[in-house]
Design a protein around this ligand. Structure first.
Ligand SMILES: Cc1cc2nc3c(=O)[nH]c(=O)nc-3n(C[C@H](O)[C@H](O)[C@H](O)COP(=O)(O)OP(=O)(O)OC[C@H]3O[C@@H](n4cnc5c(N)ncnc54)[C@H](O)[C@@H]3O)c2cc1C
Length: 482
């Protein structure tokens, strides 16, 4: 039977986009269905990854400038810079990225249909446009890459004026003097440090027990020290009772309990930024018509080739849950295409790094020291502090630590954890060594460009090696023996 397309992709975020690009390289006929009338690219380009990182880069510039040159009148960054300055930085970035995505789609001869996609049967998708016109397309394969949406908060509403979510914060018109962030995950931490660097007084009300519990303990301590230094207050186990307007004091009042106490506390703020959990966009997309079930959180289960339980139907990106990152969604969409069109990919050693774009940033891959100890592995740790690297001195970015976790006997690298400038880029050197089953000797034996932050790998490797062989033993002997 002839179909209209080899693959119809529902959703144009990173998962859908990369599946389209790869399928086009396989010379397949591709249609992307996108519900957003104005933009392609999903949360990646329009609400999440790129806009938040553009604001962050602008805030980082301001922070560095302010820290270096100060202000002769003693003003805070928010008194010298306007939100428009940050928006002016973000706007061309988004315009360029949007144009690039559109150009790539045209160049690769991928068709697009604007409207809401719904699966009718295993080879048919109905698209309903803004005027309620319905068009049905047939396809040999379908990719569901509809992404996720923010979960609504309990106990208060988001009005997008005073109480914002990750999408409306992008349109805020001035830099708030005070900001309450409800949440304790990656995005909450990122926005807390972005605004604190602009001089905003930030309070985090974390509904959970701990912020970023998966971090290596030393990295977490470094982060917490830095949050404290920036006057960011954190309350754990918080329960928001009310968000109410105080017209007399022209502010919002957030009433909450925290830390297991019954006592109600109140914090005044200009805005509340709610960054709660996410929920998969799996409602009303016709999953019931093809017998695909979701787990209790609404996510679609897939196998390691991104196949759902329905033949010919694949899913990738946030809609399948963890890790719900643009970085992973790009790979998943491509892998789904490879699986559809018979190009089996090697998935071994594909450990996923995480990147937290706080100021300074955090990144990690592999085992933490605690993970390794819990697994009864004999490991040693090597540390490098940023203030010992020349590049950090040159950049005046001396706050940070790079930590290597490696097998004591073989020196095989098992994990890398970094807190500091450029951590999210720096992690990839460790990732390549780990993917090739390498040891920390790599960092000692190779010439690395100097000055660079990569010097931290060399310092940490020497530090670790020194620890294995007890300090004082000559390195030549150590290297000959290991
Ligand atoms: C504030 C924020 C910051 C982030 N920062 C980072 C970061 O720094 N690094 C990182 O790796 N990740 C980051 N992420 C996560 C990243 O944005 C997501 O993981 C990624 O966008 C998910 O890609 P996706 O393709 O699954 O879905 P999405 O990007 O969400 O795209 C889904 C698309 O499907 C469309 N759609 C939905 N339903 C239908 C339908 N029925 N018919 C047609 N179209 C439909 C939507 O309109 C949307 O365009 C961030 C997220 C947020 C919110």
């Amino acid at each position: 039977m002839a179909f209209d397309y080899d693959v119809v992709i529902i959703g144009s975020g990173p998962a859908g986009f990369s599946c389209a690009m790869q399928s086009s390289k396989f010379d397949k006929k591709v249609l992307i269905v996108e519900a957003d009338e104005d933009n392609l690219g999903g949360a990646w380009l329009n609400k999440g990854t790129v806009p938040s990182k553009a604001l962050r880069e602008a805030a980082k510039l301001i922070q560095r400038f302010h820290a270096q040159f100060g202000d002769e009148k003693g003003r805070k960054p928010y008194e010298r810079f306007r939100m428009e300055d940050l928006m002016d930085y973000k706007k061309p970035v988004l315009e360029n990225k949007n144009k690039k995505v559109k150009d790539d789609i045209i160049k690769n001869e991928v068709d697009t249909a604007r409207g809401y996609g719904r699966i009718i049967d295993k080879n048919s998708i109905e698209v309903i446009d803004q005027l309620n016109n319905k068009t049905v397309y047939t396809a040999e394969n379908i990719l569901i890459s509809t992404g996720s949406s923010p979960k609504p908060p309990k106990g208060f509403d988001i009005d997008h004026q005073r109480v914002l979510d990750y999408s409306s914060i992008l349109d805020v018109t001035h830099i708030p003097r005070r900001l309450v962030i409800v949440g304790g995950g990656i995005i909450a931490t990122e926005y807390a440090t972005i605004f604190a660097s602009l001089g905003t007084r930030v309070t985090i009300l974390n509904e959970g027990d701990e912020i970023l519990p998966f971090l290596d303990e030393e990295i977490k301590t470094a982060l917490f020290n830095s949050l404290k230094k920036r006057n960011i207050r954190i309350f754990k186990n918080s329960k928001i009772l009310e968000v109410a307007r105080n017209d007399l004091r022209t502010c919002e009042e957030v009433s909450f309990t925290a830390d297991g106490e019954d006592r109600t506390q109140v914090v005044e703020t200009e805005h509340v930024l709610y960054i709660g959990g996410k929920t998969a966009n799996t409602k009303n997309i016709g999953l019931e018509n093809v017998g695909i079930e979701t787990d209790k959180n609404g996510y679609i289960e897939v196998d390691n080739e991104y196949k759902t339980s329905a033949p010919g139907i694949y899913a990738a990106g946030d809609v399948i849950g963890y890790p719900a990152l643009a970085s992973a969604s790009f790979l998943q969409g491509r892998m789904a295409s490879c699986s559809m069109f018979g190009s089996v990919q090697d998935q071994s050693s594909n450990e996923i790094p995480y990147g937290i774009y706080s100021l300074p940033e955090i990144s990690g891959i592999g085992l933490t020291e605690k993970d390794a100890i819990d697994k009864d592995l004999d490991v040693t740790v090597g540390r490098a502090y940023y203030h010992n690297t020349t590049q950090a001195d040159l950049n005046h970015q001396t706050e940070g630590i790079l930590k290597l976790v490696f097998q004591t006997e073989s020196l095989k690298l098992l994990g890398v954890h970094i807190y500091g400038d450029h951590a999210t880029d720096l992690i990839h050197l460790g990732q390549s060594i780990m993917a090739n089953n390498g040891t920390i000797k790599y960092f000692i034996e190779r010439v690395l460009n100097y000055p660079t932050y990569s010097e931290a790998y060399k310092i940490a490797a020497f530090n670790g090696l020194n620890r294995v062989h007890k300090s004082g033993v000559k390195y030549k002997k150590i290297l000959d023996e290991s």
